[in-house]
Each structure stands twice: as structure tokens, then as C-alpha cells.
Write a protein that binds this ligand. Structure first.
Ligand code: GLN
Length: 196
């Protein structure tokens, strides 16, 4: 059985565990660096990126997660997780993991729309899925190797770059697990590529 870790420092952890399990895969909550070794993929949940960063530093996660990505193992960042993955965050010089060639803007859908649901299409996956946005970031620039998977209101909200997947919204908060499944398929592909 594939083993998917959910970074368990802060945020919407349990909902991801449930989504992963409902996809028929083992889910493990990751609270320390030693647990990363036998994972096949890692999910960085939504929550609050500055708090998460503080905890990443406190538990010495930054370099091990970067090494995890460099080893080719897939990572899926959702909402705050996308902010952690980005190479640049608008309006600040601070970078967290800096793994994905995207620029993000935090809390970019306006205060009166703190949270909302929208129907979006994901390229190559589904024409219609409900996306839950909660103080969501969006992607203002995507590098040339970044595949844009979804837009909402003309703004990029889901991307893939090699073995990295990220979205602005919370895919774990609905019963539609197609994006979680897509990530699991990415893991399967990297594994069969490795065995060849
Ligand atoms: N606004 C949050 C941040 O900047 C992200 C919100 C979320 O993950 N739902 O970290």
C-alpha cells in the first residue's frame, strides 16, 4: 500500500487523512522529520503559512522536505501548503520551502470573500469540481515548466511542476477526491518510473 504523509504541524490535517484513506491509500500524520523516510508522497495542508513556517523551523523540517522533493518524491501543497512551496511570495522577501517556480499572492480574493465555494475545471481531470477557498492565495506568475491546471476568475488556482502539485483551495473539504486521487496517481507514476 502506498503511504502518504500529511504534515501534521498545523491546519486542516484530519480532513486530508480522511481524503487519502478514502482513496484507498495509507495516510500518516507527520510530526517529526524521521517519519519522512518511508513515505511515498507528502501533503502540506492548508492553515496559516506563517505559523506553519515557524513550526517547520522549530522541528527542523525545511531541509528534509527540500531533500524529499529533490529525491523526486511527490509533494502536494494546498492553500497555505502552496504558499510554503512557492519560490516567491508577493510583497515580501521571505521564502519558505522555495521549491516551486511560482509567485503567489496571499489572501488575494478580498476580505468580503473570506471564504467561498466555486465550481472549477481541472485540466485533464474534471470539468466540474467544487473548490472551497478560505482566505486563499492565488498564483500571479507560473514559470515555463509549470503546468496550469485550473483558473478561477482569470486567476491561476492549481498548478503542477514535475512531481509537485499545488492548489489555492481546500480539496480535502469536499467529498470529491479527484484531486487527491490525481496526486496519488502522480506518486504511482514516479514509482513505476523508478522501477524501470
Ligand atoms: N491565508 C492563509 C495563509 O496565508 C492560507 C489560508 C488557508 O490555508 N486556508 O497562510
Amino acid at each position: 500500500l502506498l503511504k502518504v504523509g500529511i504534515l501534521g504541524l498545523q491546519g486542516a490535517i484530519q480532513e486530508h487523512v480522511q481524503a487519502v484513506e478514502e482513496c484507498g491509500v495509507q495516510a500518516v500524520i507527520i510530526k517529526n522529520v524521521e517519519q519522512l523516510v518511508d513515505l511515498d508522497g507528502l501533503i502540506l495542508p492548508g492553515g496559516e503559512s506563517t505559523t506553519m513556517r515557524r513550526l517547520l523551523d522549530q522541528y527542523h523540517f525545511v531541509e528534509p522536505i527540500q531533500a524529499f522533493a529533490q529525491s523526486g518524491k511527490p509533494i502536494f501543497g494546498t492553500c497555505a501548503g502552496l504558499i510554503l512551496l512557492a519560490k516567491k511570495i508577493n510583497g515580501t522577501d521571505e521564502v519558505h520551502l522555495g521549491l516551486m517556480d511560482v509567485v503567489v499572492e496571499r489572501n488575494s480574493f478580498g476580505r468580503q470573500r473570506d471564504s467561498f465555494e466555486a465550481d472549477i475545471a481541472i485540466a485533464g481531470l474534471t470539468n466540474s469540481m467544487t473548490a472551497v477557498f478560505i482566505r486563499a492565495p492565488h498564483i500571479t506568475e507560473a514559470g515555463e515548466n509549470v503546468e496550469v491546471l485550473a483558473k478561477y476568475d482569470g486567476r491561476i488556482v492549481a498548478v503542477k511542476e514535475g512531481s509537485l502539485l499545488a492548489c489555492s483551495f481546500h480539496p480535502e473539504l469536499t467529498d470529491d477526491h479527484s484531486l487527491t486521487n490525481y496526486f496519488i496517481e502522480m506518486i504511482r507514476k514516479t514509482q513505476s518510473a523508478r522501477q524501470m
